[in-house]
Design a protein around this ligand. Structure first.
Ligand code: ADP
Ligand code: ADP
Ligand code: ZN
Ligand code: ZN
Length: 967
């Protein structure tokens, strides 16, 4: 080992190398002979999209770390994890245990919340179990359990000289003879009992002779002792109370007679004590952390099983367009049956119409409330006749059925169906609503009535991180409760602090895991790692700055440094300029993407990178290259107005978005950008223009949509989930290539058509892998793994098909060819050339035309989608919506992306992006800045106008940053 790093280190650290040594790294496009990644530093991997950053960070370093970890497990554990593939690397030395903090693995578990993911909820449960005060949920009184000592003390507080009779109730109103009970009591020396209110001395009835009427209900108690109330008798009282509680399993009655009444004493008072928590005829279980878990039967609401929601059919989804008649499809679940005009559903519709005198051709909204009601909710008890078969034919007949109504019918089938596909169909008409029993709080009433500092645990989880932090800072628990809970309280406040530090103060603790954005989920995980205080670990993060406004970047960077200062290696794949500049060490990948990349161009401090003549990143950092701000801004050609928007945190705002220009919606994380664009605008347009049934976020009206004919959301989701999708199939270029192959003499001679060259249909493909080229191996607990098909060696086709060649290339060879080369290969085919050119224009020339969808990065998928749009004939009336399109993109990629977006606008279209990247923001024609803060403190329009105009608005955080840039 070379002593390359000679900085003095701790003793312990001196024994292990100060860097991870990577030798011969060849995963995917990598061509790295030797690389040293310093340990216990903040290291940033940067470079254009597709240059190989993730291939090294995730697919090599993290993958190998995982693999070595799995190898240390017992063979029993290993069998469940399967064989992890070794990354393609000759040698890795000095690897630490690795933890990846990714964006994508946001929890889809409907039971997860911000509180559970961060473990704050686990600590809250402990805190409430130890220090919470139980109240009866029916009468509101405190429920308390008493100890024998406490009960005795209460008896001793009675006037001196009184006599206390301790009575242990044994049987309450139960049928039976109870002979054995009596014999047992006698055998154990008890003398007095009470049976149905009558005192009986056991020594006065013969053994075995006392028995009760078997079929009647009886109440039996045993008298433990009668004690004069006096401090001298304290010990005797305590023992009596304990014995009584034991006999009765926790309850004790005490009848009190005052002193000096002679023989005719009368009970003057009766007290009841219990070590069981009881009130209003119900006993309350002892509190444990599980009592507060909505995943445990002890804590969960019985009505919703702790989900907090239930599904309900939403009439608005069933009748998306009330101006249609039933025949024209007013009732969405019937629409296709009505269009076909036959089949079972159609018959039922006809019969219902006949029985209820509903005209199938009347627009739904003109039917009247009563008839609508009958169709949707049925006719209780009344039968209708349903006909089947052709009238007059042998199979014709009718039978009677009760009309249950469209909505109850959907609900029933959703409940009873065992097929996921069918359930998904019904699910489309449903909406989640809060559970009525718990009001969405997920817990049972007994749990919800436990309070600490006046708040139930659900009151705390409805707080935002910021509010909860303030609540716990102010919370002082005194005495024993304070002592036992101090540690727990500290865990809670420190975790809340980490969440504040990563800019998530606006999230509520009960916010569901599945509703978090990728960036939010990642930052939560980052915050949780700080809580774990691990050291000596290598953390690998993928663009933690995603979703974060420039304003909050500093706090995120401070968090990353803190993770490093705990003694960890923090390896971040990132393009954000501020983060790159904050790194201890930068590794710049390139020079290009795919086979044009895969090398390390420069490594060193940010300053060294900036000076490096060959580093593209350096060129941007130093300003040698920059994305030019457009000289002039386009003038809007019209407006869309969203009026009265109240979805999530939006404050009943009116927002106007210009048409015919590039608009950026900006604002800090949680400001309400997605609520506006993805929550209201997109689904509203989807409904109007494409007949989708997606629920639309709360707003009053949207105006000005009539000039649009299409809305297209371009996201970074894969272009397909299986290896069957690729850029060629997605852009239809491959269809043309197959046509071309079918025209070749060799193919025509055999009568082969284009289907022969498809890997999706039988005939030309390899049947061993059904044309996938790979075979899926399912892994327990882990993502599926694909291995190359042994029969076709990954070529996807059978031998005969492969014998047909175009310019020397088989169809399989074509799939394995980069788009750049395909363009040369197919130059003579105009239509194909046009599609391939747009793929090259968006910077995807390096990608193989057959590269399978699951292996493409989010940025690559996004650009494939954009290129398909560019290659379409433009109507000039399309609205494109992109949510943080710069995710995964380097400065250079952003320059290309902006070029594509500007082209779409030049063709007359409108583009709306949600974006934090200042390069994009300053190049937009128009900005709508939402905020000013995240969550409740946001939801308003802070500024709108050209970047120059917004830069002058001091209240706008975006404006403040723009002002510096545009100066
Ligand atoms: P970056 O992280 O720099 O954007 P990647 O490491 O994701 O780049 O990708 C480097 C190259 O390897 C790209 O050309 C990409 O398409 C390719 N690639 C990534 N994952 C796979 C995979 N699973 N199989 C084949 N090629 C892949
Ligand atoms: P942005 O896109 O500007 O980051 P969002 O529109 O995602 O902001 O969030 C605005 C507010 O609405 C935040 O307080 C956020 O926590 C809340 N919010 C967003 N999505 C949901 C949801 N599915 N359920 C409840 N609250 C949500
Ligand atoms: Zn419930
Ligand atoms: Zn095969």
């Amino acid at each position: 080992m070379q002593a390359a790093h000679s900085t003095p280190r701790l003793h312990e650290a001196a024994r292990e190398p100060d860097f991870i040594e990577v030798i011969g790294s060849r995963e995917h496009n990598l061509h790295i002979d030797k690389l040293e990644v310093p340990k216990r530093q903040l290291v940033v991997f940067t470079g254009v999209s597709g240059s190989g950053k993730s291939s090294l960070a995730f697919d090599t370093l993290y993958a190998e770390g995982q693999r070595r970890y799995v190898e240390t497990l017992s063979s029993y554990a290993r069998q469940f994890l399967g064989q992890l593939q070794r990354p393609d690397v000759e040698h890795l030395r000095g690897l630490s245990p690795t933890i990846a903090i990714e964006q994508k693995s946001a929890s889809n578990n409907p039971r997860s919340t911000v509180g559970t993911i961060t473990e704050i909820y686990d600590y809250l449960r402990v805190l409430y179990a130890r220090a919470g005060e139980q109240h009866c949920h029916q009468c509101g009184k405190p429920v308390q359990a008493q100890t024998a000592e406490q009960i005795a003390a209460e008896i001793l507080a009675l006037p001196a000289g009184a006599r206390a009779t301790l009575i242990a109730p044994l049987v309450k109103h139960r049928k039976g003879e109870f002979r054995e009970l009596f014999d047992d009591l006698r055998a154990r020396g008890f003398l007095r009992i009470e049976v149905d209110g009558k005192a009986i001395r056991l020594d006065e009835v013969a053994e075995g002779s006392l028995k009760l009427e078997k079929h009647q209900k009886h109440t039996i108690a045993v008298i433990i002792d009668r004690v004069p109330v006096s401090a001298d008798n304290r010990q005797r009282l305590v023992e009596g109370v304990e014995l009584g509680l034991r006999e009765s399993k926790g309850e004790l009655e005490v009848s009190v007679e005052s002193a000096g009444k002679g023989a005719k004493k009368q009970a003057e008072a009766a007290l009841t004590f219990s070590v069981n928590r009881a009130c209003c005829g119900q006993s309350f279980p002892e509190l444990s952390p599980q009592s507060f878990s909505f995943n445990s039967p002890l804590g969960m609401c019985n009505a919703c099983n702790g989900l907090g929601t239930r599904l309900e059919v939403d009439p608005a989804l069933v009748i998306p367009d009330a101006s249609l008649s039933i025949r024209d499809g007013a009732i969405a679940p019937w629409a296709s049956a009505m269009a076909r005009g036959e089949g079972w559903t159609f018959r039922i519709a006809e019969s219902v119409a006949k029985a209820c005198k509903v005209n199938l051709d009347t627009p739904w909204k003109k039917l009247g409330a009563k008839k609508q009601q009958v169709v949707l909710f049925g006719m209780a008890g009344q039968k209708i006749a349903v006909a089947w078969g052709k009238e007059g034919s042998e199979s014709h007949g009718t039978f009677g059925m009760t009309w249950e109504g469209v909505i109850p019918g959907l609900m029933r089938r959703f409940r009873d169906s065992t097929s996921d596909t069918a359930r998904e169909q019904y699910r489309r008409f449903m909406r989640e609503i809060a559970c009525d029993a718990c009001g969405g709080r997920r817990l049972r009433p007994e749990t919800l009535s436990v309070r600490l500092a006046g708040r139930s645990i659900a009151d705390v989880t409805t707080m935002t991180v910021r509010e909860a932090a303030a609540h716990f800072d102010a919370l002082t628990l005194t005495g024993a409760r304070g002592q036992i809970t101090e540690g727990v309280r500290r865990e809670i406040t420190s975790r809340l602090g980490f969440l504040l530090n990563v800019g998530l103060e606006y999230l509520t603790l009960n916010r569901g895991g599945p509703t978090l954005s990728g960036g939010e989920a990642q930052r939560i995980r980052l915050a949780s790692q700080l809580g774990s205080e691990l050291s000596g670990v290598m953390y690998v993060l993928d663009e933690p700055s995603i979703g974060l406004h420039q304003r909050d970047n500093g706090r995120l960077i401070a968090t990353l440094r803190r993770l490093r200062d705990l003694g960890n290696t923090v390896l971040v794949v990132e393009h954000d300029e501020e983060t790159v500049l904050a790194a201890d060490h930068v590794i710049d990948f390139g020079p290009g993407a795919g086979h044009l990349g895969g090398k390390v161009i420069a490594a060193g401090t940010p300053e060294e990178i900036a000076r490096h003549p060959e580093s593209l990143t350096g060129a941007y950092l130093s300003g040698r290259i920059r994305i030019e701000t457009p000289k002039a801004r386009r003038t809007p050609k019209g407006w869309i107005s969203v009026l009265g928007a109240t979805e999530h945190n939006l404050k009943n705002i009116d927002v106007r978005l210009p048409l015919g220009v590039l608009t950026a919606v900006t604002g800090v994380s949680g400001a309400g950008k997605s609520s506006l664009v993805n929550g209201i605008l997109l689904p509203a347009l989807g409904r109007l223009l494409h007949g989708s049934l997606e629920p639309v976020g709360a707003h009053r009206a949207i105006e000005g949509l009539d000039v649009l004919d299409k809305v297209i959301a371009i996201d970074q989701k894969p272009i397909g989930r299986t290896p069957r999708s690729n850029p060629g199939t997605y852009t239809k270029a491959f269809d043309m290539i197959r046509e071309l192959f079918a025209q070749l003499p060799d193919a025509r001679a055999r009568g082969w058509e284009s289907g022969r060259f498809s890997f999706n249909v039988k005939g030309g493909r390899c049947e061993a892998c059904h044309g996938d080229g790979v075979v899926k191996v399912e892994m327990h607990f882990l993502a599926d793994v694909y291995v190359t098909c042994e029969v076709c060696k990954g070529k996807r086709y059978n031998e005969q098909t492969l014998s047909v060649r175009y310019k020397g290339k088989s169809i399989a060879d074509v799939l394995d060819t980069s788009i750049d080369e395909c363009l040369k290969l197919f130059e003579a085919v105009p239509e194909l050339k046009r599609i391939l050119t747009t793929l090259v224009d968006v910077g995807l020339g390096y990608v193989k035309i057959g590269q399978s969808a699951p292996t493409m990065s989010g940025g690559e998928a996004q650009r494939v989608k954009l290129s398909r749009e560019l290659s379409k004939r433009q109507t000039g009336r399309t609205l494109y919506v992109l949510d943080e399109p710069t995710t995964g993109l380097h400065f250079e990629d952003i320059r290309k992306l902006l070029g594509v977006l500007q082209r779409l606008v030049d063709a007359g279209n409108s583009v709306v992006v949600i974006e934090h990247n200042l390069d994009v923001i300053r190049c937009a024609d128009w900005l709508v800045d939402i905020g000013p803060e995240g969550g409740e403190g946001g939801g308003r329009v802070v500024a709108e106008g050209t970047p120059e105009q917004v830069a002058r608005v001091e209240a706008s955080y975006t404006g403040q940053f723009l002002a510096k840039l545009l100066r």
